[in-house]
Design a protein around this ligand. Structure first.
Ligand code: IMP
Ligand code: MG
Length: 205
């Protein structure tokens, strides 16, 4: 995945000098998400699904994925009830994963007892966030837990954890856009892009 030159696409003026390459254009994200929805329904269909959005980075992918699942549900002979739940997790400061994974806010996880849970995440890097979340969830005795992550980073820092469904494997760079942020910036960018070093300084906290 080498990426595309920035000037081939429309990006907000306020981010023009902050980005290196467009790694995954918005249209490609949508097409891949449509197929992920089909695979998920194939495996989890027939049972009530609770889709659990990992905030904040997961919210755009979550909304788009659920739209595709709803489209499948209303256009086929088989359909499954779908309810939603939200959890907030924070593990990043600047462009570094911190060792502590904090769960802040979200609904009562005990509501997930006996349910088929689909965790929807934006990106898996070390795998620590997801491993922490999965162990928290298992205490609530869900019937089934599957994880879909739009992105998985190819990195030596990985714990080896692999989600059940993966949108794209991406290079070991800091990515922003499509709700992935750098200190809360770049969620308002449609394409997934590589952040340049200058921008890492500019938006540092
Ligand atoms: P992990 O615990 O190292 O797997 O990191 C997962 C979390 O770190 C994700 O849910 C993201 O919120 C954040 N993260 C990891 N890599 C990136 C990135 O390249 N851009 C933005 N956020 C990232
Ligand atoms: Mg995340």
């Amino acid at each position: 995945m080498k990426g595309h030159e920035l000037d081939l696409f429309c990006v907000p003026k306020h981010y023009e000098n902050d980005l290196d390459k467009v790694i995954i254009p918005h249209g490609l994200i949508m097409d891949r998400t449509e197929r992920l929805a089909r695979d998920i329904i194939r495996d989890m269909g027939g049972h009530h699904i609770v889709a659990l959005c990992v905030l904040k980075g997961g919210y755009t992918f979550f909304a788009d994925l659920l739209d595709y699942i709803k489209a499948l549900n209303q256009n086929s002979d088989k359909s499954v009830p779908l309810t939603v739940d939200f959890i907030r997790v924070k593990s990043y400061c600047n462009d570094k994963s911190t060792n502590s994974v904090k769960v802040i806010g979200g609904d009562e996880l005990s509501n997930l007892s006996g349910k088929n849970v689909l965790i929807v995440e934006d990106i898996v890097e070390t795998g620590r966030t997801m491993e922490t979340l999965l162990s928290l969830l298992s205490e609530c005795n869900p019937k089934m837990v599957k994880v879909v992550s739009l992105l998985v980073k190819r990195t030596p820092r990985s714990s080896g954890y692999r989600p059940d469904y993966i949108g794209f494997e991406v290079p070991d760079a800091f990515l922003v856009g499509y709700a992935l942020d750098y200190n809360e910036y770049f969620r308002d960018l449609s394409h997934i892009c590589i952040l340049n070093d200058q921008a890492k300084e500019k938006y540092k906290v």
